[in-house]
Write a protein that binds this ligand. Structure first.
Ligand code: ADP
Ligand code: MG
Length: 284
């Protein structure tokens, strides 16, 4: 399954037509209870995650930050239903039922369909929901304008830069309008300027759609600037070191005075520094 496609936890039943922006999303809750993951490898067991517990609900943006290799992607795949946890569980409450909603996925490596145009890539999630073509196109074009893709609607991914392909992937998740958006370092492969612009667009699109977003990053500033709450994971095995409420209101503007988040980012770095150095085998 390419990145950006629907998670299989919802793929076995007919997909509902997307909800109106922001409406039913407020009824979504999920929680991880003591989630652990151990991979068996030729060199022995790799303990990727241990006792990870946290919850999120409604229209929150929650970021997860932690050192490279601490199990962030593993955690996201478990939440998306793409792999089971070794221990613990993930539970959902969606529209009064104990089942996962549709979820949109965006990974670091843009997973666009090479044989589809930008427009058809953007509209893919709606196609899966049997939304009529005229409506698919209208919604895809709306998001294309926001993400600066409107001049490339009939181009194929091979004709786009890496940053543009990533925008298509992100756009597709937004067009599909799934109530839960899971993003795994979506800006990780982008240059700093493109990243900054896309962070701003993410804030703006979120403001209009109010989804529950789980956003993984290794960038502490990004974790704080985009989220309402930051979950800090330790080095492997990833364990929750802290959950921090971000002291910023919405709507949010990235040109804000960064001294307002200095205390929080410093605190997160203090939590992570020893583990990052240990991973790199560097002394403190
Ligand atoms: P992160 O996203 O934080 O960098 P990952 O979740 O990708 O971390 O990986 C956590 C650990 O689990 C790493 O040591 C990685 O090598 C290992 N790992 C990830 N996926 C697999 C797999 N399919 N098989 C074996 N080990 C894996
Ligand atoms: Mg990862």
């Amino acid at each position: 399954m390419p990145a950006g496609a629907e998670a299989p936890n919802a793929g076995t039943r007919p997909l509902p037509v997307p909800e109106a922006a922001g409406s039913a999303a407020s009824m979504l809750r999920f929680r991880c209870d003591e989630v652990g993951c151990v991979y068996e490898s030729r060199s022995g067991a790799i303990h990727a995650l241990q006792n990870v517990s946290f919850a999120a609900q409604g229209q929150e943006v929650v970021s997860i930050v932690g050192p490279s290799g601490c199990g962030k992607s593993t955690l996201l795949r478990i939440i998306a239903g793409l792999q089971p946890p070794t221990t613990g569980r993930v539970s959902f409450e969606w529209q009064g039922r104990a089942e996962p909603p549709r979820c949109g996925l965006v990974f670091q490596e843009a997973g666009v369909f090479p044989w589809k145009t930008v427009l058809d890539n953007l509209a893919f999630g709606l196609e899966m929901c049997a939304v009529p073509r005229a409506e698919r196109v209208a919604r895809a074009m709306e998001v294309a304008v926001r993400l600066g893709l409107n001049s490339f609607l009939y181009h194929y991914p091979r004709e786009l830069s890496v940053g543009m392909r990533q925008r298509v992937d992100i756009g597709r998740a937004f067009v599909a309008d799934a109530p839960l958006l899971l993003m795994d370092e979506p800006f990780g492969a982008l240059d700093a300027q493109t990243r900054r612009v896309l962070q701003e667009e993410l804030l703006a699109i979120w403001q209009a759609s109010r989804k529950l977003v789980l956003f993984i990053t290794h960038d502490i500033d990004e974790a704080v600037l985009l989220a309402d709450r930051v979950i800090v994971l330790s080095g492997r095995p990833g364990m929750v070191l802290d959950e921090i409420q971000v002291p910023l209101t919405r709507p949010r503007d990235l040109s804000l005075d960064r001294s307002r988040i200095h205390e929080v980012t410093r605190h997160i770095w203090q939590l992570l520094e020893a583990d990052v150095r240990r991973e790199l085998s560097l002394p403190r």
